[in-house]
Ligand binder design. Structure first.
Ligand code: C2E
Ligand code: MG
Ligand code: MG
Ligand code: MG
Length: 281
């Protein structure tokens, strides 16, 4: 837009930003309603051992079907929830629903629930987790929370305190999207993670480029020496799967192994058999 003067350019961007702000505010309002009207859903994606057929558990992934806009990605609406004071209720809803669903799966399947940065820094999170476990009867060792590094770096002392309280309940904590943030190695030294989730971007390139393979190898070696299992995210091809298996990766997740699906569809995929008798309880 070189022909615009400075003033027009500023107005142009201004109008743009204003409409963006309006749009986000509207989405926040819609999300609030969706939560009230029970229009959110949780889908589950299988996490399995790469050395065989063994299923470890399922990651809970939030789904929102907007009445007019269709499906909206959690990558879009979670940040909006964070900005608008909605992540508390949304996060609590996901935790409750996931733990309730998992409590009907036959043991030992675990459920992994994503916790956003804002949600994690809420000092009440350990209480909420404890309350939901009591309420649903899910054994703490069958719940894992997934955190990214951004959740931890702002206030390390506070993060560590919250993390220890959650771990003291017997709940596991995984480091999500590992390798994409910064200060990765320091994070692993400071925080007692139970699992490392290797980001999909490394897996995407593993067949093509030597660098990705080298990084994966280094992270797997790191996991081994720290005694923390590594899960590879976003496995889409059997080549990727074979390569990761050959490199000694413990666990994997991705479209090749299973798409995120509603709870009701899991049993049909050879997933967790649901306990039959408890639905009425
Ligand atoms: P994430 O926790 O890293 O979840 C993995 C994402 O990768 C999911 O996207 C999943 O559907 C997708 N995925 C899994 N396997 C494959 C594959 O083989 N290929 C491709 N292309 N994608 C794959 P989704 O469900 O859209 O979620 C995006 C992000 O939104 C999540 O990334 C997580 O950070 C956030 N999120 C999702 N649900 C929740 C939630 O309940 N609470 C919070 N706080 N964040 C959530
Ligand atoms: Mg995750
Ligand atoms: Mg991830
Ligand atoms: Mg992610």
């Amino acid at each position: 837009h070189a022909k615009h003067g400075l003033l027009e350019t500023l107005c142009f961007y201004d109008a743009d930003i204003a409409s963006e702000v309006r749009e986000r505010r509207q989405l926040a309002e819609d999300l609030r309603l969706a939560l009230e009207n029970d229009e959110l859903e949780v889908h589950y994606q299988v996490q399995m051992a790469l050395d065989g057929e063994h299923i470890h558990g399922y990651e809970a992934l939030l789904r929102w079907h907007h009445p007019e806009k269709g499906s909206i990605s959690p990558a879009v609406f979670i940040p909006i929830a964070e900005e608008n004071g909605l992540i508390g209720p949304v996060g609590a809803w996901v935790l409750r629903r996931s733990c309730r669903d998992a409590s009907h799966w036959l043991p030992p399947y675990r459920v992994a629930v994503n916790v956003s940065a804002v949600q994690f820094m809420d000092a009440n999170l350990p209480n909420l987790v404890q309350e939901v476990l009591l309420e649903t009867g899910l054994s703490p060792d069958r719940l894992e929370l997934e955190l990214t590094e951004t959740a931890l770096i702002k206030d390390q002392a506070r993060s560590l305190h919250i993390m220890r309280q959650i771990k003291a309940l017997g709940v596991g904590i995984a480091l999500d999207d590992f390798g994409t943030g910064y200060s990765s190695l320091g994070t692993l030294r400071t925080f007692p993670f139970d699992k490392i989730k290797l980001d999909k971007s490394f897996i995407d390139d593993v067949g093509q480029d030597r660098q990705s393979k080298a990084i994966i190898r280094a992270i797997l070696a790191l996991g081994k020496s720290l005694d923390i299992p590594v899960l590879a995210e976003g496995i889409e091809t059997s080549e990727q799967m074979e390569l990761l298996r050959a490199e000694g990766c413990d666990e994997g997740q991705g479209f090749l192994l299973g798409r995120p699906s509603p709870n009701s569809a899991l049993a049909g995929q050879g997933g967790p058999k649901q306990r039959k008798n408890e639905e009425a309880a």
